[in-house]
Design a protein around this ligand. Structure first.
Ligand code: DAK
Length: 257
């Protein structure tokens, strides 16, 4: 597929989507948003891929939605075009998605990161929800995912008073899995993703499903999802292979079935 606003590559079992509007600090216009999700869905369907990275460049992961594209949008257009639905496509990706963040992750950029499954940040990464400074609030999950992740008080400060978090702070508050040097941050994220991609594919899928249920359900419902997913894995060849490999003291050979 030919893309105009992103670049894609594969490294081993890792599919990488790179946001590529550097002159606009990778601000998400609708074209880029569509291409990002198209590319992610292609990797999601590809059996040779086990994990997906979304990244930007050293200066900016993404500085939010494209303000110039959004400035003249009317209320009616917002309602009719249902732009939230486009952003929601990330929820349909079943493989683990890792955000590799360097520089700015602001507004919709930060919300995109919040919707990913894991985050590798370079030491220069900065996270924030500055929508209040342009007269709006987050519209792609920022108030909800952020509050669930960092708690009410800090989320309030970020959303109402434009508090930005450094990479170290983001790690401290649970928004980031690991912080790495700016130089080679994508390589570090790729190594992390490759490790994840080497795990039993069906179990990874179920694991993502079950952990996500913790944010969508009551404890009782979440435990029911976990139980169902756990039981289902006993219908896979990989469960037999994984346990047999342990007993035989060898590495498992995953089939993804
Ligand atoms: N949109 C458009 N252009 C942007 C941009 C943005 N968000 N951010 C940066 N740029 C452009 C700048 O306009 C500039 O372009 P030229 O003017 O030179 O042509 C170029 O990128 C470089 O930016 P700066 O000159 O400002 O660079 P600095 O290093 O001085 O500052 C910065 C970098 C990232 C701190 C600064 O550019 C900045 O504050 N940018 C805006 C950040 C922001 O306010 N982001 C929130 C946007 S609102 C929705 C879902 C999501 C959203 C909305 C709806 N629905 C589902 C309905 C999300 C909304 C948002 O994200």
């Amino acid at each position: 597929m030919t893309y105009t606003t992103i670049l894609t590559e594969t490294r081993g079992r890792v599919g990488i989507v790179q946001l590529n509007r550097p002159k606009q600090m990778n601000a998400f216009n609708l074209a880029m948003l569509g291409e990002v999700f198209d590319a992610m869905e292609v990797f999601d369907k590809d059996e040779t891929i086990g994990a997906i990275i979304v990244t930007g460049n050293e200066k900016a992961f993404a500085a939010g939605a494209d303000i110039k594209e959004m400035a003249e949008v009317t209320y009616a257009q917002m309602v009719v075009e249902e732009r939230v639905r486009v952003w929601d496509r990330i929820r349909g990706i079943r493989k683990p998605v890792i955000a590799a963040v360097s520089g700015w992750a602001l507004g919709g950029g930060c919300e995109f990161v919040l919707a990913c499954d894991m985050v590798v940040a370079s030491e220069s990464a900065k996270f924030g929800q500055p929508e209040i400074t342009i007269g709006v609030i987050p519209g792609a999950g920022g108030t909800q995912r952020l509050a669930r992740l960092v708690g009410k008080q800090l989320a309030m400060e970020m959303v109402i008073n434009n508090r930005t978090l450094t990479a170290a702070e983001a790690q401290q508050f649970g928004l980031v899995n690991r912080v790495v040097a700016v130089e080679g941050y994508l390589d570090a994220a790729a190594a992390f993703a490759e490790e994840i991609a080497s795990r039993a594919p069906m179990a990874v899928r179920m694991a993502k499903d079950a952990v996500n249920a913790a944010f969508e359900t009551t404890l009782t419902e979440g435990l029911a999802v976990e139980k169902r997913d756990f039981y289902q894995l006993f219908a896979t060849e990989d469960q037999k292979e994984g346990m047999q490999a342990f007993i035989e003291k060898r590495q498992p050979n995953w089939k993804g079935k």
